[in-house]
Design a protein around this ligand. Structure first.
Ligand code: ATP
Ligand code: MG
Length: 358
């Protein structure tokens, strides 16, 4: 679809941002730079809804997500991270997904819109299911449909995510478009114009949309990586951050002076990207300062920068999780406000599809 037509499509909808983070533990620098830091910035311009997507959090085997007590702890920890990074739960909406039943309800309708062939192409399922695909949960396979429901339940126009979620956002648009087409007559008859759901735009921005593992520059930094040295956790203390960066894999060459020199060097590219994102400058500017020098000096500067930027966030998170009553209250208030919006969408969807309702 061309940009002008797309603009017209979105113009019919109130601008709204939605995004989510799974409560699967070990929140890391990738989650911060690829997602949460952008959530914070978008608050100035948009009405935002930020969700702890706990229904997604149980799609992997229980040995991975850790069981009930761990899930509860992780839901509160992601909420604490949202708040510690600067998300304002009064001006915007912060809640956990399982408190708004309409997410699962709309996902069912979308299960009947999405095609098996579309889901079979999803690379995240292939990566997460691994070789033992027969043993993966149905939920893991259906994850992208629930994600489409999360977004479209609020008819969100913009979704800030890391690069790894691009394919799922494309699927969300495909589902919206097919729903709008399949039910076009019913949508028009009920006065919703040409389309009920917007074709949501992903916001994948900045120099660190895909932060890579510190141990392997070809693998995404991830909560589920077995090695804690692969990632910087938001709750790591200064010594741990320093150790992880010092041990991060590099190559023997000095840093290049221009960005194209980073291309065949994924580990160097990753560290420069992290520095750029944390300091709010371009990779080119980082290389202007450190190009031609050894990694040791660059890594020392990166440690200082990471400690200054992440230290206060980690400290605030640790403080907030000490007060679960407050966190749960934030989530409850957010869920109430989210549900009011969700219920409106679900009523309309039921009318459009033809379900009889009270
Ligand atoms: P999991 O391994 O359980 O899927 P995750 O680290 O991918 O965990 P999610 O909760 O799935 O975390 O993703 C939350 C947000 O963080 C998404 O917008 C995702 O695109 C973003 N994100 C995750 N990993 C990275 C990364 N390495 N670099 C940039 N963004 C990332
Ligand atoms: Mg993920």
């Amino acid at each position: 679809m061309d940009a002008v037509f797309e603009g017209v499509c979105l113009m019919a909808f109130k601008e709204r941002v939605f995004s989510g983070v799974q409560p699967t533990g070990n929140l890391h620098l990738g989650n911060y730079l690829g997602a949460i830091a952008n959530f914070v910035k978008l608050q100035e311009r948009y009405d935002c809804i930020y969700c702890v997507v706990d229904l997604h959090g149980i799609t992997q085997p229980m040995s991975v997500w850790g069981g009930p007590a761990e899930l509860t702890r992780n839901i509160r920890e992601v909420t604490a991270a949202f708040l510690a990074c600067g998300i304002d739960p009064k001006a915007h909406i912060v809640f956990n997904q399982s408190q708004v039943a309409e997410h699962a309800e709309l996902a069912w309708v979308f299960n009947c819109v999405a095609r098996l062939g579309w889901l079979n192409r999803m690379t995240q399922f292939k990566e997460k299911a691994g070789k033992d695909r027969e043993n993966a949960s149905v939920g893991l396979y259906d994850y992208p449909v629930l994600m489409a429901a999360d977004i479209l339940l609020y008819r969100a126009t913009h979704v800030p995510v890391g690069e790894d979620q691009k394919q799922h956002l494309e699927l969300t648009r495909d589902i919206a478009q097919k729903f709008n087409n399949d039910f076009g007559e019913s949508i028009r008859a009920r006065g919703y114009g040409e389309s009920f759901f917007p074709l949501t735009e992903p916001l994948i921005a900045g120099p660190a949309t895909r932060v890579m593992s510190l141990r392997d520059g070809k693998k995404k930094m991830s909560k589920s990586d077995a090695s804690d040295y692969s990632r910087i956790n938001l709750t790591d203390d200064a010594d741990t951050i320093a150790q992880k960066i010092r041990k991060a894999k590099t190559d023997p060459e000095p840093l290049p002076s221009e960005e194209k020199g980073l291309q065949p060097r994924p580990e160097a590219d990753n560290l420069v990207g992290i520095y750029a994102a944390l300091s709010g400058v371009s990779k080119e500017q980082v290389l202007g300062q450190f190009g031609g020098g050894q990694f040791s000096a660059f890594k020392a500067a990166l440690v200082d920068l990471a400690v200054v930027k992440l230290g206060p966030i980690g400290a605030e998170m640790k403080k907030l999780v000490q007060d679960p009553v407050y966190i749960d209250q934030v989530l409850a208030e957010g869920a109430e406000r989210a549900q009011a919006l969700a219920a409106e969408t679900m009523k309309a969807v039921k009318d459009i599809v033809g379900f009889v309702r009270r």
